[in-house]
Design a protein around this ligand. Structure first.
Ligand code: JS2
Length: 284
């Protein structure tokens, strides 16, 4: 360290030995700097916020970040305290990073990988319940049978259920104004999310798994549904020997859906995948 001695500077004449001309230049330069900063701030302040792209669907759910964080704490600290080690701040950030500053129509599974890793959860064997066109009934069932899990009874399904979200490629803002209509306008970020988490939910399933289907609608088993398009193709036959279907019927509807052609399609797909299929018509 060079032997720097601090020489006493006389208070009254700090920069006395600057020539008149230099003082004027320095003064002008300082004024110019202040002016430039003022103009820049003025321009930035004045500039309207970048207009976010407009879509046909409703915008991001108001207070989305707070709801995600709140639901994460409710689930990990109250509903399933065995998951209290989960870091909800990291989970919230990973969820936002999955769609912020990105075009909602070019979303991919990869965008959600960090979030999936942080919310990984084991569902015990023989406790997985799928549903299709029967959300309400399936969730009434798991509310009573707490040991059974639909996707919405898992941490990530619980956090996201019923929410909408999207960002914008040209801004780091959340788009609260509008988002692509889910699955209608493009492979949007919410559609990709549910496909991705439904795929993981099916991949992780083990033992005898069950599905609640609606026997009072024409295509009780719909190949284009998330259950028919994603979940039955991601079940692992080496872990899942049987899929049991409960076909629920509206009051007074005595039709036998288990022998319907759509259920037969499901039976065929599963037997081609070496997964046994049982079906029960259940009249409420
Ligand atoms: C938009 C949502 C939400 O087995 C079930 C679940 O595991 C689920 O993820 O997928 C299956 C139900 O989907 P499916 O077969 O297409 O039936 P559906 O009655 O047409 O329900 C559509 C919902 C699909 C995914 N999803 N999508 N917003 O809040 C939301 N919640 C879920 N589950």
């Amino acid at each position: 360290m060079s032997n720097h001695r601090f020489s006493p500077v006389s208070e009254d004449e700090p920069c006395c030995n600057l020539s008149q001309k230099a003082k004027i230049c320095l003064g002008t330069f300082c004024v110019l700097v202040v002016l430039t900063i003022a103009v820049m701030v003025g321009v930035l302040w004045g500039l309207p916020a970048p207009k976010l792209k407009e879509w046909d669907g409703k915008g991001t759910t108001p207070n989305f970040p707070e709801i995600v964080l709140g639901r994460c704490y409710t689930y990990t600290k109250v509903l399933r305290p065995e998951l209290s080690h989960k870091d909800c701040r990291k989970i919230g950030k990973a969820f936002m990073d999955a769609f912020l500053s990105k075009d909602p129509c070019s979303s991919t599974e990869r965008d959600y990988q960090p979030l999936l890793e942080l919310t990984n959860q084991t569902v015990p064997c023989n406790k997985t319940l799928f549903w299709s066109k029967s959300s309400e009934l399936a969730h009434q069932y798991t509310t009573v049978q707490q040991e059974m899990f639909t996707l919405e009874n898992t941490l990530l399904g619980y956090i996201a259920d019923g929410l909408n979200w999207c960002g914008d490629a040209d801004s780091s803002e959340i788009n609260y104004g509008s988002c692509p209509k889910m699955g209608k306008q493009c492979n949007d970020t919410v559609f990709v999310f549910w496909n991705t988490v439904s795929q993981r939910f099916a991949e992780n399933a083990c033992g005898v798994v069950q599905v609640v289907l609606n026997g009072s609608i024409s295509n009780t088993f719909n190949k284009n549904s998330t259950f028919g398009r994603v979940e039955i193709y991601n079940l692992r036959p080496e872990k899942v020997p049987t899929l049991q279907a409960w076909v629920m019927h509206d009051i007074g509807d005595r039709s036998v859906a288990c022998s319907s052609s759509s259920i037969n399609d499901l039976k065929l797909i599963l037997s081609n995948r070496n997964i046994k299929f049982t079906c029960h018509d259940n009249y409420r």
